[in-house]
Design a protein around this ligand. Structure first.
Ligand code: ATP
Length: 518
């Protein structure tokens, strides 16, 4: 069998009888799962699709083409979503947009009809911009604009494709629409009997399905980490609401919407703009307690003031006393609490979280390594594709068919155009990847290449083919950049190690400007 020839295959037109083969070869790989794990591939594909999503002007004719330094605005909320007035009574809209200069994607949160009285609040905005944490959506800038036809203020954040709010992920649609839509604001004027409330919470807990305790602790660890960073920076979150925490990928949480409340409620007459921060930090802890309790009960109703005790009783049936104690601590408004006090309550669960993150990291590294390999192979394919069948170079129409390029053309056939004994295309990505890897490494291993008319057989090493490739591609680059002009075969990079009868000699095959040898 000729070296480098896959068993029981023949080249595009030639039949390599010598390679007739054992049938023990593994089944050929013909799908691209060969390259990267399926689940990750789907996830990344989906995120890329969302990131590359283009604006639909027919659907959103009123959207401006440009807003400040951003263009290609695409609303992130579902089409047909009715305008809501959630953030302090202002209507808001969220868009994916592209920065005009850098091409980076961002998430723009627009607050409609808001006029900024002065720029004093920018002190807080600057503090937020400096805050970088893996569980906080990074704020990049804030600006006012009339591009939407009104006076709007726009908060620019990092874009995290395929995110979902905790509200839509873990709480039922009906609950958000049935009069309890303002997640945590209870209406004390609407009393309901205890049993009614308890049954309703139980129903929701059952219909929504319980979250595992480890999931809730993972959320607690991420959110306390974020709060710790915010409080340490001398800021308060003020938006720890299920509609403002986004969930991406596998259990990854990020607090979004930061700084919006600070700007919208900024009191420019106050002597110290940071005076109320300690108070808001206490409110953050309260909001965290409510969020954890709501998640444990899978119900927003669970955190209304009159339902708190019932909800704590219900969640204790399923979850540990540690989780209950953590919620009680967070909701105990009388004492002065600190986010740092939560660390001993979480305790050894940090180790499991760290372990999960590191395991996930290992998986990503393995897939990244595969992707790097794929990138390498893609560059090789680009070089081959640029060269093979090129109609002419330096006014030489035979350039791609002569000299070193002829070997590369035969290599192309060897890679992609092999057929089985009975003439069917031979598809095996493993064969292509195997050969390309050897070509990239320039190994001394030999490969047998046969011309389509079966008259010539070249046996060359991958090292020689690699040199041909680099040399020929270099000629194209030089021609493209006007750096140098050359044509014809360079010769000397190949050798016929074995020539079956009737095959042309090395010199006539490889040197000078010969007639096309296809
Ligand atoms: N930084 C971000 N990157 C990507 N998507 C985001 C980002 N921030 C929010 N989203 C997504 O945008 C969508 C809308 O978010 P938004 O916070 O406006 O929710 P909402 O329920 O409409 O809130 P509001 O009460 O302010 O109207 C959600 O699906 C959310 O997951």
């Amino acid at each position: 069998m000729f070296p480098g020839t896959p068993p029981h295959t023949k080249t595009a037109r030639a039949h390599l009888t010598a390679s007739a083969a054992p049938t023990t070869t593994p089944a050929p790989i013909i799908d691209d799962s060969y390259f990267v794990s399926n689940q990750l591939r789907l996830e990344i594909q989906h995120r890329n699709n969302l990131t590359l999503m283009q604006p639909d002007h027919a659907l959103y004719p009123d959207l401006p083409l440009e807003v400040d330094n951003y263009h290609e605005l695409c609303p992130i909320e579902a089409v047909g979503t009715l305008p809501k007035a959630h953030v302090l009574g202002y209507q808001t809209s969220t868009y994916k947009a592209t920065h005009i200069k850098t091409g980076q994607h961002y998430c723009l949160r627009r607050v409609h009809g808001f006029r900024l009285p002065n720029t004093k609040c920018m002190v807080l905005v600057d503090m937020w911009k400096k805050l970088s944490h893996s569980n906080i959506v990074h704020l990049r800038e804030v600006f006012t604009t009339k591009a939407f036809g009104d006076q709007s203020i726009v908060f620019v954040y990092d874009y995290h494709p395929d995110s979902e709010t905790l509200l839509s992920r873990h709480f039922s649609q009906s609950e958000t629409l049935n009069g309890y839509s303002d997640s945590f604001s209870s209406n004390p004027n609407a009393p309901r009997p205890y049993s009614h409330q308890k049954n309703a919470i139980l129903r929701q807990q059952h219909s929504n399905g319980m979250l595992s305790e480890s999931t809730i602790w993972s959320y607690v660890i991420q959110l306390t980490g974020a709060l710790c960073a915010i409080h340490t920076a001398g800021l308060a979150c003020r938006c720890l609401d299920p509609s403002k925490v986004i969930h991406t990928g596998r259990l990854r949480l990020r607090i979004s919407c930061t700084s919006v409340f600070d700007v919208l409620t900024f009191d420019s007459t106050a002597t110290n703009p940071l005076a109320l921060i300690p108070h808001y930090q206490q409110e953050d802890l309260n909001a965290l307690g409510k969020l954890v309790l709501a998640l444990a009960c899978r119900s927003l109703m669970a955190v209304q003031r009159e339902n708190l005790q019932t909800s704590l009783d219900l969640m204790s049936r399923t979850y540990s006393s540690d989780l209950r104690n953590l919620i009680i601590y967070l909701l105990s408004g009388q004492q002065r609490r600190s986010i740092v006090d939560l660390m001993p309550m979480i305790g050894a669960r940090y180790y499991s979280q760290l372990d999960n993150v590191q395991l996930q990291n290992d998986v990503l590294y393995t897939d990244l390594a595969k992707e790097m390999e794929n990138g390498r192979l893609l560059r090789l394919l680009i070089k081959l594709g640029t060269m093979n069948e090129r109609p002419e170079l330096n006014m030489d129409p035979t350039w791609s068919e002569t000299g070193d390029r002829y070997m590369l053309k035969l290599l192309r056939d060897h890679l992609f155009h092999q057929v089985t004994e009975d003439g069917r295309p031979f598809l095996d990505m493993a064969h292509v990847v195997h050969c390309l890897n050897r070509l990239d490494a320039g190994t001394p291993e030999k490969v047998c290449l046969m011309s389509r008319d079966e008259q010539s057989v070249l046996v060359v090493t991958y090292a020689e083919l690699k040199e041909c490739l680099e040399q020929s591609f270099g000629e194209i680059v030089a021609c493209a950049t006007g750096a140098g002009i050359s044509s014809g075969g360079v010769g000397g990079h190949s050798s016929i190690v074995a020539s079956p009868p009737g095959v042309q000699s090395q010199s006539s095959l490889m040197v000078g400007k010969q007639q096309p040898l296809a």
